[in-house]
Design a protein around this ligand. Structure first.
Ligand SMILES: [Zn+2]
Length: 108
C-alpha cells in the first residue's frame, strides 16, 4: 500500500514539475508572471522544508543521510544539489560560464 501511495505521490510531483517547466517555456508573459507569483513562493517554501529535513547536527552530519550509528560523514546529496542548482548554476548563468572556465574547469 505504501508503495502505491509513494508511486502516486511521485507521479503527481513529477507532473506538477513538468507543468511548471512547460509553462516557463511556452506560456505568454502575463501567464508566466501570474505563475511566478504563486509558484516561486511554493517552490522556495518546499525547498526550505526539504533542506530542514536534511539539517545537520553539531558535527555537521545530516541525520537523514548519515544516521548516528554511522561514524563516517556522508555528504548530504540534498544540500549538494541545492548548492549546485541555486548557487553554482546561477553563477554560471550570470557569467555565461566564464567563471568556471577561468578556473580551469569544464562546463559539462
Ligand atoms: Zn541529507
Amino acid at each position: 500500500m505504501d508503495e502505491v501511495l509513494n508511486s502516486e505521490l511521485q507521479t503527481a510531483v513529477h507532473r506538477r514539475l513538468d507543468y511548471l517547466d512547460d509553462m516557463a517555456k511556452n506560456a505568454d508573459d502575463p501567464s508566466k508572471s501570474k505563475l511566478a507569483d504563486t509558484a516561486i513562493p511554493q517552490l522556495t517554501e518546499g525547498f526550505r522544508d526539504l533542506l530542514a529535513a536534511h539539517d545537520t547536527d553539531e558535527l555537521g552530519r545530516c541525520l537523514s543521510c548519515s544516521p548516528r550509528r554511522f561514524f563516517g560523514r556522508v555528504e548530504c546529496k540534498v544540500w549538494r544539489s541545492a548548492h549546485q542548482h541555486l548557487i553554482t548554476d546561477a553563477d554560471e548563468r550570470a557569467t555565461g560560464g566564464r567563471h568556471r572556465l577561468r578556473h580551469g574547469q569544464t562546463t559539462s
